[in-house]
Design a protein around this ligand. Structure first.
Ligand code: HEC
Length: 106
């Protein structure tokens, strides 16, 4: 009975550490995001996030960023209007990094 409980506890701790590790690796890095932005996004969205063409979202205002990360990752995966789809070009982690960078514009 006691041994069983110990095994259960070890299994629980092991699964928790896997979860914590996964959460750690998913933490967004806005500095890496800035590099990706300058390569892939700045041409259209402007280096300051204001948008280089009329009718584009102004990231400094943030209204396009009220949407949550999961939604914005989907937008990047699928593209929008003339914006290309980034599925296969950027990893989910890179998309989260670049979204974290978008949230730094002001
Ligand atoms: C070819 C030009 C172009 C490139 C490159 C581009 N975008 Fe866009 N993006 C647009 C346009 C245009 C819109 C507005 C689309 C619409 O609403 O129809 C937009 C919209 C968005 C939105 C708002 C989506 C929403 O639903 O509110 C986000 C976020 C975004 N872009 C992020 C990015 C990121 C991050 C990159 C680089 C990985 C990028 N874009 C690259 C043109 C571009």
């Amino acid at each position: 009975m006691k041994a069983k409980r110990t095994v259960g506890l070890i299994a629980l701790l092991a699964s928790m550490s896997v979860f914590l590790f996964a959460a750690e690796s998913m933490a967004a890095d806005p500095r890496n995001g800035a590099k990706i932005y300058n390569i892939h996004c700045a041409n259209c969205h402007g280096s300051n996030g204001a948008g280089a063409m009329p009718g584009m979202p102004d990231f400094r205002r943030g209204q396009s960023l009220f949407k949550n990360n999961a939604f914005l990752v989907l937008v990047l995966e699928e593209g929008r209007g003339i914006m290309p789809a980034y599925r296969g070009l950027l990893t989910t982690q890179e998309m989260l990094d670049v979204i974290a960078h978008l949230r730094t514009f002001q």
